[in-house]
Design a protein around this ligand. Sequence first.
Ligand SMILES: NC(=O)c1ccc[n+]([C@@H]2O[C@H](COP(=O)([O-])OP(=O)(O)OC[C@H]3O[C@@H](n4cnc5c(N)ncnc54)[C@H](OP(=O)(O)O)[C@@H]3O)[C@@H](O)[C@H]2O)c1
Length: 310
Amino acid sequence: MTRTVVAQAYGGPEVLAIEDIELPAPGDGQVLVDVCAAGTNPIDFKLYSGAMGDDPAALPMPVGMEVAGVVAAVGPGAHGYTGPLSVGDEVIATNVRGGYSEQVVVAGGDVGHKPAGLSFEEAAGLILAGATAWHLLMKTDVGTGDTVLIHAAGGGVGLMAVQLAAARGARVIATASAARHDELRGYGAHPVAYGPGLADRVRAIGTVDAALDLVGTDEALDTSIELVADRARIATIAGFGRAGELGIAALTGADGGQEIRNAARPELIKLADEGRLEVTVDKVFSLGEAAEAHRYLQAGHTRGKVVLVP
Ligand SMILES: NC(=O)c1ccc[n+]([C@@H]2O[C@H](COP(=O)([O-])OP(=O)(O)OC[C@H]3O[C@@H](n4cnc5c(N)ncnc54)[C@H](OP(=O)(O)O)[C@@H]3O)[C@@H](O)[C@H]2O)c1
């Protein structure tokens, strides 16, 4: 038996509960992972909120998409994206169904080896946010000599996007509340406060070639449109309501982006292994505190990643 967090109904974090479930042995191409840390992401609570569908047949709904842990059993032919998998390997798994668990069974192709320099808590927050940031930077073609404006730069995806943009040789202007500015400066970014007057504060720093919106507010979208000449170089992962009308890309994994995101995974692991990509862990909760973790995440002001430990 393994303890796992499920949403028992559609609603707020109060619908989360822990259940004991029987996991199958890993089948062809699969591995069993003892979870040491489970990464949380806003999609985790959006899925059971009811806003993205409320099919009763999907309940109880397993929660959590990425984990870091240790391989406990290997099914026939299972192979990770960073190499062969053996019992005892320290790994990261993504595209997980029900990651807020003591153990998970996952496809070997979604498993990579954990960078030695990252703790399990850090590793559990690396891939989903990192691959999303990678997709945004690829889509907007950010590279050497560009100045990129990143909205909501202090969150999970934001801190990844800032580091990856800098690694691609871009100059970064990063919006965040004042408490995040020192950390953003540490990554070489020019921090600015969001709020009224944002476009003028950004203009005072320089001309902007591309913009990444990670928050979806009118302010972030309108400032991006005002400052970036080429709309093909603006992308959002949160402003889906207005993206079509504005003629900018709204990215999900389901738009052909999953291939880009999957290809990013070994690159992210390599960068983290080389000490060129850090994961900031904001808070760590126990599995039993999943509802509390989601209330914190929903408040929308996390500094990096929120992680659960079994
Ligand atoms: N489409 C996709 O494929 C995809 C993938 C991943 C995530 N997402 C979405 O992208 C969004 C960000 O994800 P995340 O994991 O980075 O979330 P997160 O870690 O919760 O980050 C939230 C950040 O938003 C900032 N923020 C809050 N209000 C703001 C405002 N008015 N203007 C600018 N920044 C503001 C906060 O900064 P301060 O603390 O400084 O206020 C905080 O750092 C979520 O909506 C998530 O669902 C989409």
